[in-house]
Design a protein around this ligand. Structure first.
Ligand code: HEC
Length: 137
């Protein structure tokens, strides 16, 4: 038990030293090491799946919804998520993680996961919220 306690204290002190040391590079231009990439992606995937699980997807695909979606996409999304056949904007090129090509990537997400991500955004990636801006816990 004492050994466990000592290990916990050493881990906490080590973590604090790392946080305050400035060793971790927060630059967008810095490529994440494989371990950091895995931790962020796995945390992201699990978080979205858990929160989207209770969403009832409403009927989709009405002509008016498609038209509004097209307009909103051009206004709010295209600067980062280059539309098919388009050229990446400087903003899209400068983001880390890179904004996915939604024409392909969206196939890997359920409609509920797409809805949740688009409404709430993805923290620390540049992916904005389209919600009311009210922060939730
Ligand atoms: C400022 C840039 C930016 C804008 C504007 C933006 N996104 Fe994103 N988006 C990103 C980035 C970066 C990611 C990648 C996040 C990651 O890999 O963790 C992303 C991820 C996503 C994902 C995948 C989410 C997931 O759970 O994997 C979807 C869907 C998405 N965006 C849709 C949209 C839509 C729709 C809009 C407009 C309403 C939009 N984005 C606006 C940068 C942006």
């Amino acid at each position: 038990m004492k050994t466990l306690g000592a290990a916990a204290v050493i881990s906490i002190i080590g973590g604090l030293v790392f946080i305050y040391s400035g060793l971790f590079n927060v630059a967008t231009a810095w490529e994440d090491p494989a371990l950091v990439h895995w931790v962020l992606n796995t945390t992201h995937g699990g978080s979205v799946a858990k929160r989207a699980a209770s969403i009832d997807v409403p009927p989709l695909g009405e002509a008016q919804q498609i038209e509004e979606g097209f307009r909103s996409y051009r206004e709010m999304c295209a600067i980062c998520h280059t539309p098919p056949g388009g050229t990446d904007s400087p903003t899209a090129q400068g983001l880390n993680p890179a904004p996915p090509d939604l024409a392909k990537y969206a196939e890997h997400l359920s409609e509920a996961e797409l809805f949740w991500s688009i409404k709430n955004g993805i923290r620390m990636t540049g992916m904005a919220t389209t919600g009311t801006g009210t922060k939730q816990r």
